[in-house]
Ligand binder design. Sequence first.
Ligand code: GLN
Length: 271
Amino acid sequence: MSVQELRILHLYPELMNLYGDRGNLLALRARCLWHEVKPIITEAGPGDPVDFADRDLVVMGGGQDREQRMVARDLAGPLGHRLRAAVEEGLCVLAICGSYQLLGTSYATAAGETLLGAGIFDSTTGPGLGRLVGHIAVAVGEHGKVLAGFENHGGRTFLGQGATPLGRVIRGYGNNGQDGTEGAVYRNAFGTYLHGPVLPANPWFADHLLRLALERRYGMAGLRPLDDSLELAAHAAVVRESRIDARRRARERGRASREEQGTPPEKQEAI
Ligand code: GLN
């Protein structure tokens, strides 16, 4: 049988690459090679011509408001329309944080500017009080799968009827820190707040994306089981960090509420 190829597009690599999100590309490339799939990785920035018919998986990283403004402008043009049409036809997409926000319908920044999104996810994002920062663990699907990563965002995302959450927050904030949802899924497009980068420490999710993309192109994906012991150790470490962060936040909340009730500080330590 001839070697399967997987065409991966890294969209806006210069503008959207926070907290090591480029590592997602490295993980996909490495796993393709281990699975004996030939990865073909290309990059495109604002204004570059892109033919999505020729791509199997699009990967986009997180970004700050300034960069998001430039990307929103590009997505408002023909590229955004074509990306939306390709997702309707089953194109696989992974969008992290700032990119996830821009694949929704709109993102209102803390500075009061509203950026229109590509409208792939039925979601809106707006500012909130303070940033949502820390390690996060998320339950995905019914099979006990857990995504673990790191989040750092000011925006709060709320999903509409047309979007399905990627998962439920176990520890951390997720979409908005209120409704327990994390990320969004529409067809084969996945949006998530998880940096880390997310794919190296969540090998099952990386393979899920590869499988979807290969099945779409070839009708089958012959992915072999890999030795993921290093990746699983990284996953366990991130889950552990999410527990530590959750405990710290609980302590801080306790301290804040005791201060509000006027308990003297020397008593607070003894509680
Ligand atoms: N600028 C966006 C926010 O703060 C996205 C940040 C990110 O991609 N980490 O909400």
